[in-house]
Ligand binder design. Structure first.
Ligand SMILES: Cc1ncc(COP(=O)(O)O)c(C=O)c1O
Length: 367
């Protein structure tokens, strides 16, 4: 089976993790935690990075650090992994769902303003599958309406918007190092910001708001969270980060090869890369149009029978039971993409011959 997206481990992972085990620094203190934060912030060119136990906790912390709470509205796409929407509800704030663009699959900036009410506090953009949202437009809307911007950049690490890393343009950016992400720590996340005060606050909240007293005892001024990442995982993160540029290069080369082999196939739309964007193509994604011959779901089944893993696009969150009663605007593009979109194998270790096999197989079902 050619898998959808699996980790690539080819560097110092064993060495750094062994060092943690050999020195007994396995938990949340230890040099790799600080090093991973420093290396990551240097890589993104941002002032502060706070490492977390996963991407969802980073988003939760981001909303909490910006004091988003009960009854506040947060504008968010429905075509996303559910995690950012759940994080909004952890704080009893309310998601308001807006539609996405047909070519980039990400939040359509033109559709945001009509979602804004006096209760709106933030826009939570999600750069799904790797393509950046049009951030200038988002930042202008946010400025005009005095809103915070949080970037869920979990799927777009390595993508650039006008030369800047996604996740570094809004007030806070969030990343995940889950096993299928561009770099992985098994599970993990990172919150980044150029606002040092917000960064300090996020770190404080993520470490049970622990203050150490003069006598070494602990004092907690408010309710905090244990969202710390263990040193062992941070060690793995440091090793993974050493190869990130190479992984990005491979992802982009693979996407170009897919594009070349699929762009002329009737009924297939290949992913966009807007003039403002450098797309990391985290999951290489295509749209199965009516004239392809078989449906997206039939194609998924056929690919599976031919030893190729693939995945349908996200199902719209506004249709999931916990969210059916929340406000949403026109969702026609979201619903269409959810019906037509498919992610193809995208591992860094994917071989060129495998891409050819995948594309030949797809072409076979093009009726
Ligand atoms: C868009 C998006 N947001 C958030 C997350 C949550 O990250 P984690 O699984 O590390 O909590 C993921 C993926 O896992 C994701 O794809």
């Amino acid at each position: 089976m050619i898998p959808l997206c699996v980790p690539e481990i080819r560097g110092n992972e064993w060495k750094y993790i062994k060092e943690c085990l050999d020195t007994n620094w396995v938990s949340s203190a230890g040099g790799y935690v600080d090093k991973f934060e420093e290396d990551f912030s240097r890589y993104l060119n941002i002032k502060k990075a706070v490492v977390t136990v996963n991407g969802t906790s980073a988003i939760h912390l981001a909303l909490k650090a910006l004091e988003i709470g009960k009854g506040d509205e947060v504008v968010v796409p429905s075509l996303t992994f559910i995690s950012p929407v759940n994080a909004i509800r952890y704080l009893e704030a309310n998601p308001v769902f807006v539609d996405v663009s047909r070519d980039t699959f990400v939040m359509d900036a033109e559709k945001i303003e009509e979602a804004i009410t006096p209760s709106t506090k933030a826009i939570l953009v999600v750069h799904i599958y790797g393509h950046p949202v049009d951030m200038d437009k988002i930042m202008n809307i946010a400025k005009k309406h005095n809103l915070y911007v949080i970037e869920d950049a979990t799927e777009s690490l390595g993508s650039l918007y006008k030369g800047k890393h996604t996740g570094t343009i809004g007030d806070i950016g969030c990343f995940s190092f889950n096993g299928n992400k561009l770099i992985t720590t098994g599970a993990g996340g990172m919150l980044v910001t150029n606002n040092e005060e917000i960064g300090e606050r996020a770190k404080y909240l993520s470490t049970q708001t622990k203050t150490i007293l003069d006598n070494g005892g602990f004092y907690h001024e408010e309710i905090g969270y244990n969202y710390r990442m263990p040193n062992i995982l941070a060690a793995m993160g440091c090793a993974q980060l050493e190869f990130i540029e190479e992984y990005i290069k491979i992802k982009r080369e693979n996407a170009l090869l897919y594009n070349k082999l699929l762009k002329d196939v009737k009924g297939i739309s290949v992913p966009a890369e807007k003039e403002y964007a450098k797309n990391v193509y985290w999951l290489y994604s295509i749209i199965i149009e009516d004239d392809f011959g078989i449906t997206r779901d039939e194609l998924i089944k056929e690919l599976k029978e031919n030893g190729i893993d693939s995945r349908p696009f996200f199902s719209p969150v506004h249709k999931m039971p916990p969210y059916v009663n929340y406000r949403y605007l026109d969702m026609s593009v979201t619903e269409e993409l959810a019906y037509r979109g498919i992610n193809l194998p995208s591992s860094v270790g994917l071989k060129k011959e495998e891409i050819k096999i995948i594309c030949d197989t797809i072409r076979k079902f093009n009726k």
